[in-house]
Design a protein around this ligand. Structure first.
Ligand SMILES: [Fe+2]
Length: 385
């Protein structure tokens, strides 16, 4: 990300900066790669180390579905019932060592602050509105927003709506924009399908001067750890730097089109270690006079492909619906459903929205995913099916 600042801080880093009562503010360097990567400098009212009490929280159990079969999957998620809060309600459906993919239809308010100490998070807001309040300020969110949260961010998600749905990637590596979109100094270039003006960054309010008992749940080493403070941990009066949560809305992605079918990398939105995230958005179809807008069959030997269907009519698929998740594992080909290729010819545009997650190492499905699995999907390419 690029340089951003909010609130007040001293002109020179690592120098005296005093509260109105004459005591020093506490400076904190917030970085995700030691002292080498991007970072921000935050100024707290209280030292962030002054914890009153620590309690062990629940273990995070991800139960793999040991199916032992290489096949395509279609997870029907539209009938999931709201459950839990924006953290406790997360249901992991697929995972590997690089990314954990979860769904969440939160029903309750978060009564605590949360910090993921082991993953960057990519939160796709499918339905619902509200705001994320973190030590970097407030980020109002709306449908189709991707919220990128660097590991270590202390935050709370507040929904102001009742009908809410999220798709979440917990990422072992940092989540970044594709390197080919940005200049060597980090500016989005003309070939990028979006630019700085499309990115939303934290805004005021920032500083919460409150006393009482405040709980922070930290995720680290496969479990939750409950920390209790005597003050609101969002007590930052100012910060500046390159590392902070931000939002990009999928509807601000400007699709790249061509005379003939363009491959999925033109839809790429984010990259992380061993996987990428793409946004399929409404666009004009290919304009060669003999073009076939439907995608060709392809054998993704080296990657697993996951598609989350957000909105619209997904031209090459039959049977998928709102919030369907398909998983096309590496090693076997996949392609358009019978009849969809001929039907696509002559069509001028699509109104589809979908999120694609391609991983370069195999994904494992969970027992929760088994409950949503449409067992007929692997045979849906047979013409009479
Ligand atoms: Fe594909």
């Amino acid at each position: 990300m690029y340089y951003h600042k909010l609130g007040k801080f001293p002109q020179k880093r690592h120098t005296q900066f005093r509260r109105p009562d004459g005591k020093l503010y506490t400076e904190e360097l917030f970085g995700a790669e030691g002292f080498s990567g991007n970072s921000s400098l935050l100024y707290h009212n209280h030292p962030p180390t002054t914890v009153k009490r620590v309690e062990q929280g629940a273990e995070i159990k991800i139960e793999p579905w040991k199916e032992g079969l290489l096949r395509h999957h279609h997870l029907v998620t539209k009938d999931l019932k709201p459950w839990g809060d924006p953290i406790s309600g997360q249901i992991c459906v697929m995972f590997n060592d690089d990314v954990k993919i979860s769904l969440c239809l939160p029903k309750e308010e978060m009564k605590y602050f949360y910090r993921n100490g082991e993953h960057d998070e990519l939160i796709f807001i499918h339905k619902g509105e509200g705001y994320m309040q973190s030590q970097f300020g407030r980020l109002p969110f709306r449908p189709f927003d991707y919220i990128v949260v660097p590991r270590g961010t202390t935050y709370k998600l507040h929904f102001t709506t009742d009908d809410n749905r999220m798709l979440i990637c917990d990422s072992t590596g940092p989540i970044e924009f594709p390197k080919r979109y940005v200049s060597k100094m980090g500016q989005f270039m003309e070939n990028s399908p979006f630019c700085e003006r499309d990115i939303r960054v934290p805004e005021e309010p920032l500083f919460f001067d409150e006393e009482g008992e405040f709980e922070l749940r930290i995720r680290k080493q496969g479990r939750f750890h409950h920390y209790f403070f005597a003050f609101n941990p969002l007590d930052v009066v100012g910060w500046d730097g390159y590392l902070y949560p931000y939002i990009f809305n999928m509807k601000d992605f400007e699709p790249i089109t061509g005379r003939v079918h363009q491959p999925p990398p033109v839809h790429q939105t984010f990259e992380a270690h061993n996987y990428v995230v793409c946004s399929f958005c409404p666009r004009k179809y290919d304009y060669h006079p003999l073009a076939i807008p439907a995608p060709y069959n392809h054998s993704n030997v080296d990657s697993d492909e996951v598609l989350y269907y957000v909105e619209g009519d997904f031209m090459s698929r039959k049977g998928v619906e709102f919030a369907s998740l398909t998983h096309h594992p590496g090693g076997i080909p996949h392609g358009p459903h019978p009849g969809t290729v001929e039907k696509s010819i002559g069509k001028e545009a699509t109104d589809e929205y979908a999120v694609m997650i391609d991983t370069f190492r195999p994904l494992h499905l969970t027992m929760a995913a088994k409950e949503m699995d449409d067992g007929h999907y692997p045979y849906s390419w047979i013409a009479h099916a």
